[in-house]
Design a binder for this molecule. Structure first.
Ligand code: PRX
Length: 567
């Protein structure tokens, strides 16, 4: 039996108090995600249940029970408190998918500090803008990533501590560095958890927007109410499940469902900290007997590309439920998964700002391959006209996705950027910045984003951030960044570049510029293609017409070019 039982029944008279009651939370009481994800599960009698089974790139394994999670995160909290970290200080987690990332997350929350997860492949430029905006007090990292932090230390007077979880015993620690071996540190049995309340800040995730400046999305401890119930009803997490969320906790799926949703539901989850290959993934599912698998369209398309033969080598009969998020899940991928795994991936739609699943397919509900499904119970979502901001009520008509504010895991603001936050609301609706239509049966069909942000392999990249990085290269005079179609990643970053006098296009320069962006920003933001051109299309007032370059890449009509400079 599935947790949701019946979608149609659940949407009737839905109230978030259903989740509050299940979590024994009374409005006004303390609510701490760290406690709910470890101590509470132990109190429910599951102290010895495996919580986290971790596998590294060479197949090494580490296991933690819920009691281990509780005690080790207490140890993290104690260590941070002793260092002088205070409630609401920002503590950045800058690590690969190692156990310290998952346990550190809970430990930071237990002392009322704010977790700032950052993707470990970020380069120094990506790192500094995010640490500067958050005025981060401490970074918890691995020795392999510490050099990137050291490089920018001079520019960050507010950063007091660099905590290294695996220091090299043969080398002395650097300036502001301190060693912390989480597994072997003292683990206080009776740790006093900071009494956070519903509106106490919890997580600060950075997301790319339409400007070069990433936005810090501020969440609060009350987000648990949404994350717990959506994980239970959509991901259908049950006591006997072995769950695998393939997302990295540097991004929101990896925290909302790779940590909070999973542990607050008391399931056993497996984490694989290794590169992607179809064999590796299937082997992992078979070995750990994964029952619930939450992944992303790019990964699913990569598996499709690897073919059906490889699947036959493994016994994947353990899988009982699959879901996907992050980018459009094409109908071919849904149909393929049903054919090869005997189960369709259920598409789920949401974003960093919403904190939890907004529109989704549900166990037991009819699936229409290619559709994102219907709003989660308690979520009022529709599509509205882009000019009047009024709902259409006309099936099939494309408009902006609009959601009535007020669900528990809604972001509370953009960090030090209230102005941009306010712009996300129109006529009483929250606008995620996506376009969709709704069919007569109420299913949402994703059309595309309503801005220039590129979604490559489920990761948002700001074209402006890439353009700024390109301009720092000595050979680049001007640049324009757009997306181009790609079978696996759906879209990838493409840069058009004009060169400064004295520089000639060449394969070497091409690679050098790509590498320059990769190191500064991240492998995700690195252009997959650079086209050197003489001039960029511009309006008469000198603005680059990215729209023309975009249309060319996607084989679309170019549209009105009356303002083009050299027309
Ligand atoms: O454009 C939508 C797309 O990803 C954006 C959110 O990205 P991010 O904040 O990084 O969070 C990703 C994981 C929750 C959305 O505004 N997106 C997300 N899910 C889907 C999607 N596009 C189409 N279909 C989806 N299921």
């Amino acid at each position: 039996m599935t947790n949701i039982i019946s979608y149609d029944e659940r949407i009737k008279n839905f109230d978030w108090s259903i989740s509050e009651k299940e979590l024994d939370y009374q409005p006004g009481n303390d609510i701490n995600i760290g406690w709910y994800c470890s101590d509470r599960i132990c109190k429910l009698g599951k102290a010895d249940k495996p919580a986290l089974i971790w596998e590294g790139s060479s197949g090494q394994e580490k296991r933690y029970t819920y009691n281990d999670l509780r005690l080790t995160s207490n140890g993290v909290g104690q260590f941070l408190r002793d260092l002088g970290i205070k409630p609401e200080d920002r503590v950045c987690l800058f690590m690969d998918k190692i156990p310290e990332l998952y346990i550190g997350f809970l430990g930071v929350l237990k002392i009322g500090a704010i977790v700032q997860p950052l993707f470990s492949a970020f380069g120094d430029e990506s790192l500094i803008v995010r640490l500067e905006n958050a005025q981060t007090t401490a970074v918890i990292t691995q020795r392999k990533h510490a050099p990137k932090v050291r490089k920018i230390l001079d520019k960050m007077p507010y950063l007091k501590h660099i905590i290294i979880v695996d220091p090299d015993p043969a080398k002395p620690l650097g300036e502001r560095e301190v060693a912390f071996d989480m597994d072997n540190a003292p683990k206080p049995e009776n740790f006093v958890i900071f009494p956070t309340k519903a509106e106490s800040p919890s997580v600060l995730h950075y997301t790319s927007g339409t400007t070069g400046q990433p936005k810090g999305v501020k969440h609060v401890h009350y987000s648990l109410i949404s994350q717990y119930l959506t994980a239970k009803w959509v991901l259908d997490l049950q006591d006997s499940d072995i769950y695998w969320c393939t997302a990295d906790p540097g991004w929101v799926t990896g925290t909302s469902y790779g940590i909070i949703g999973a542990f607050s539901n008391g399931v056993t989850q497996c984490v694989m900290d290794a590169g992607f290959s179809a064999d590796n993934w299937y082997k992992f599912i078979e070995k750990h007997r994964i029952t619930m698998w939450y992944s992303a369209p790019t990964a699913i398309r990569s598996l499709m590309k690897a073919g059906d033969e490889v699947i036959k080598k493994y016994d994947l009969s353990c899988l009982r439920h699959l879901a996907s998020v992050g980018e459009p899940l094409n109908s071919e991928a849904v149909i393929w998964s049903e054919k090869v795994f005997g189960k369709a991936f259920l598409d789920t739609y949401w974003q960093t700002e919403t904190g939890s699943i907004m529109i989704s397919n549900y166990p037991g509900m009819k699936i229409k391959p290619g559709s994102m499904g219907k709003p989660f119970p308690g979520i009022t979502a529709t599509v509205i006209d882009a000019d009047t901001f009024e709902p259409f009520g006309v099936p099939g008509k494309i408009g902006l996705i609009a959601i009535k504010p007020g669900w528990p895991s809604m972001m509370r603001t953009y960090w030090r950027n209230e102005e941009t936050y306010k712009k996300k609301f129109k006529n009483g609706w929250y606008l995620p910045g996506d376009r969709s239509s709704i069919d007569p049966e109420g299913y949402f069909w994703f059309v595309g984003r309503d801005d220039d942000v590129i979604n490559t392999g489920g990761h948002l990249v700001s074209p402006f951030e890439v353009e700024s990085a390109l301009l720092e290269h000595p050979a680049v005079a001007e640049s324009a960044v757009v997306s181009k179609p790609d079978f696996v990643n759906m879209e990838v970053v493409k840069a058009f570049v004009t060169l400064k006098p004295g520089f000639e296009p060449s394969k070497d320069l091409d690679l050098e510029i790509m590498n320059f962006v990769r190191k500064k920003l991240s492998p995700l933001a690195m252009p997959q293609e650079i086209e050197f051109i003489e001039t960029l299309p511009k309006t008469r007032s000198g603005k680059i017409m990215r729209r023309i370059l975009h249309a060319k890449e996607w084989g679309e009509e170019i549209g009105d070019t009356s303002t083009l400079e050299n027309d």
